[in-house]
Design a protein around this ligand. Sequence first.
Ligand code: PRP
Length: 180
Amino acid sequence: MTAPVPALRITVGDVTRELPTVRVGNVGRVPLVEFIGDSELTNAAAQAMLPLIPEETEVLLTVVTNALPLTHEISDRSGLPYVVARKKRRTYMQDPLIQDVPSMTLGVAETLWLDGPHAARLKGKQVAIVQDVVATGGTAQALARLVERAGGTVAGYLVAFKQGESPLPLRYLQELPRSL
Ligand SMILES: O=P(O)(O)OC[C@H]1O[C@H](OP(=O)(O)OP(=O)(O)O)[C@H](O)[C@@H]1O
């Protein structure tokens, strides 16, 4: 008989989900949070995250993929504009800022691309970084570096789920175990 795959129950507002867990290298089983394809959970998290936005924030910065619908909803509810870093170079990009991610949850090296005109929208602004999950913090650090390089200031780190310990001053909704 195969052992049952452990799941993790979370509740955000009035939305409850059983998160599946996926095996990641030697980390063990990691709970998988998916906002893409789940508008109920996305909307509930966005609503719950509104009070976490630093007061001085002028712009939100996120990165594709999973954090994008969440940031869209936070933007819609707060009235704050948002800027998105990509994980691939697109042919239409103009003088993009290119930033390597030092380490990732899934152990895959990644590079972030911020199109020049979007980087310009961060210049001189107080920028809140929005993420679905922070685990190693590598992505958050790369996004912070993009803010600095674009001439902005990091107002804070806004995260739905913090997975394990982080040296960054995260404003988060809930903490999840790093592995099960
Ligand atoms: O704190 P870290 O260790 O850097 O991990 C956090 C990042 O990992 C996940 O991205 P994923 O690689 O799953 O990409 P996706 O959002 O494009 O699916 C998540 O969306 C965060 O951006």
